[in-house]
Design a binder for this molecule. Sequence first.
Ligand code: CO8
Length: 186
Amino acid sequence: MSIEPPADAAAPQRNPKAPPPGERTTSHYEGCRGCGDVPGSLRVRSWVGDDGVSVISRFDVLEEHQGAPGLLHGGMLMTALDDALGTAYTQVTRSAVTARLETDFRRPVPVGSTLWLRSRVDALVGRKIYVSGEAHLGELDGEVAGTARALFLEVGVEHFLRHGRPEDLEALGASREVIEAARTAR
Ligand SMILES: CCCCCCCC(=O)SCCNC(=O)CCNC(=O)[C@H](O)C(C)(C)COP(=O)(O)OP(=O)(O)OC[C@H]1O[C@@H](n2cnc3c(N)ncnc32)[C@H](O)[C@@H]1OP(=O)(O)O
């Protein structure tokens, strides 16, 4: 399926509740292995770009992210890109999930390096959010190590209530009744 935005797609409108340019974004979920502060997380950190719609993210590549000797695992780079591109959509809407993520791996990334990711929302069509981004090696305008395009689809809270593990939802404050109701609703 294509993730090329149609030519007449609407330009992204900044969510007035999104943090201002330059501000650090908060993790959407503390348990996230992309941006949460938990063991096993890539600890991707993001800041709102100058235009208020794009996002800049930092990913420090450590030994536990290896796929080959001394080199970053491609799946880890995809995770970082998924998180960075997802953070970009939060400048526009609050709740969406990745439907498709396409990644090109352009340069090997050594352990010990820092990747700077630049991500932006390109277009919106109904529930569809088209996002793209690049991972730069060492500095914001460093060599491009990888590029990505993604389609996120806007979802309501019912998506998470219906599909998430009940104990994790309850830990966030959802009652058993609310979870049950979401699962039986049609
Ligand atoms: C700050 C946040 C950072 C977060 C970073 C991490 C984000 C994540 O990793 S989220 C987890 C990974 N993703 C998931 O688990 C999603 C699993 N998939 C799903 O739940 C569903 O397939 C979902 C919600 C994406 C779409 O289902 P549904 O809402 O029923 O939509 P559906 O009717 O199938 O499709 C709607 C439209 O999108 C299109 N579409 C759906 N999937 C795709 C796809 N993979 N590629 C292209 N188009 C697609 C459909 O063709 C349809 O288009 P149209 O309206 O023109 O006919």
